[in-house]
Every structure is written in structure tokens, then in C-alpha cells.
Write a protein that binds this ligand. Structure first.
Ligand code: ADE
Length: 243
């Protein structure tokens, strides 16, 4: 997958896109990242990219010209899924990330200032928000989207690791607790069941722990989770025990 990011602050992306899993995937040619400085496309004398809002009001608005020119130059007549990061967009979820991962090419526009001139939305296929809070710009949201989508591209996580086996997996539960060595750390012991090599027992324990964690931390997720009869019986048992 190729991801182009249109931003006023390309330097913010350096570390994130070139380090760890994303960096390795880019080195291996599975992902390709390109950042573009919108300011380079401004035709104004001082390379401005914002202006006062018509009708008044506090804050500056991103002007259409540099964004249109930047988008057109990046696309070069080709096509891509064009996404705008904005708090008014559709909320990012695992399902949305998985769907977007099916695209061959993404262009992500990271907005800044108090807002964007509404005509910029003509350039956009989908507006996405990373949550109900407002950040100072779309750069961090663009990084979140790039990271989250990349995990669904085959080969990015490596073969022994699956994006499906974690919190917000296809079953809609939070992840079970994980442990590694030592088996006893300052007197805190790893649950015995994980040490005995009985895979059926381990799977059952993990499922139950995922149910317990989800019920404790995000009970709202249980409504949409894919639960088996056994899961439902276990949850009822917890309820009956007053846990
Ligand atoms: N820009 C500012 N806040 C944002 C958010 N929550 N999601 C996406 N883009 C944003």
C-alpha cells in the first residue's frame, strides 16, 4: 500500500513512519510513505496557507489553493482513497481500518488551524475522526490512521502475529492478560494454568479472562461481541456470584 500524507508539518511524521513495524514494512517495500508539505504549493508571496474566516470569528481557516494544488500534484491524474482527518468525521474503528486496508493507495489530508475552507471537502472521499476530542491538528490522527490501517496489510506484523488476535478482535472483546518470564517476579506469580502446557485449558482460561476484562473495563462492548453459549453462561455465573 502507498500512503501519501498532505500536511503543514511533514517533520512530525519522520519518527513514526520510519521506526519499528512501520519502518520495517517500508524498508521491505510492503508499505510506501510519502509526506508532502502543503506550504510548498502556496502561490502567495509569503507562502501563506491560512486566512481569516469570512463572516468573522476567531481563528484562521486553511485556504483552498495550496491544498487543491498539492492534492492534484500528488495524484498526478491517478486515483487513491482520499481521507481528511477531522473531529467531525466518521469514528475510526477496527472495521473501518480493515476496510481501508483493502485500498491500494491512500492520500491523507491532515488539517490544521481552526478549520478548513469547506470547498476542500470536494477533494475528499471520507472524513475520519480518531475520537470525540479535538486536537491541535490532524497530524497525530493521520499517524494513528496510518498505523492502525497498516496492521491489516499482510506482512506488516510478521507471520507469527495477527491483527485479529487482539483487543477489538473479530469477536469484539478486549484482549486477555499476557505474561512472560520470569514465572515468579518478586513474588507475583504467573497463573499456573499458563505453565502446564494444556492448550485447551489455556484457551478456556484466556477466553474467560477476555470476558472478565471486557466486562470490567468496557461493558458496552459485550452487547456487540460475538459470544458463545458457554460465554453467556460464564457471564451469568459471574453475575450470580456478584463479581
Ligand atoms: N483533528 C483534530 N482533532 C481530530 C480528531 N479527534 N480526529 C481527527 N482529526 C482531528
Amino acid at each position: 500500500m502507498r500512503i501519501d500524507i498532505l500536511t503543514l508539518f511533514p517533520e512530525m511524521f519522520e519518527g513514526v513512519l520510519h521506526t519499528s513495524m512501520l519502518g520495517r514494512a517500508a524498508e521491505r517495500g510492503i508499505l510506501e510513505f510519502h509526506t508532502h508539505n502543503i506550504r510548498d504549493y502556496s502561490l502567495s508571496k509569503h507562502k501563506n496557507t491560512d486566512d481569516y474566516a469570512f463572516g468573522g470569528g476567531a481563528g484562521m481557516v486553511m485556504t483552498p489553493q495550496p491544498v487543491f494544488d498539492c492534492m492534484e500534484a500528488v495524484l498526478e491524474g491517478g486515483s487513491a482513497k482520499r481521507i481528511l482527518m477531522t473531529p467531525r468525521g466518521k469514528k475510526l474503528t477496527t472495521e473501518l481500518a480493515r476496510e481501508i486496508a483493502g485500498e491500494e493507495r491512500l492520500v491523507i489530508l491532515a488539517g490544521h488551524y481552526e478549520g478548513l475552507d469547506e470547498r476542500i471537502s470536494e477533494l475528499i472521499d471520507e472524513e475520519i475522526s480518531i475520537g470525540d476530542y479535538v486536537l491541535t491538528g490532524g497530524e497525530l490522527p493521520a499517524m494513528v490512521l496510518a498505523d492502525c490501517v497498516s496492521r491489516f496489510i499482510p506482512g506488516v506484523l510478521g507471520c507469527s502475529f495477527s491483527a485479529e488476535d487482539e483487543s477489538f478482535s473479530a469477536d469484539g472483546l478486549l484482549e486477555y492478560p499476557q505474561y512472560t518470564r520470569p514465572a515468579d517476579f518478586r513474588g507475583r506469580k504467573v497463573p499456573e494454568v499458563l505453565l502446564n502446557g494444556n492448550h485447551a485449558e489455556i484457551a478456556k482460561w484466556r477466553r474467560r479472562q477476555a470476558l472478565i476484562k471486557t466486562r470490567q473495563m468496557r461493558p458496552d462492548l459485550l452487547e456487540g461481541a460475538r459470544l458463545t453459549k458457554e460465554d453467556i453462561a460464564f457471564l451469568k455465573e459471574l453475575e450470580d456470584r456478584g463479581e
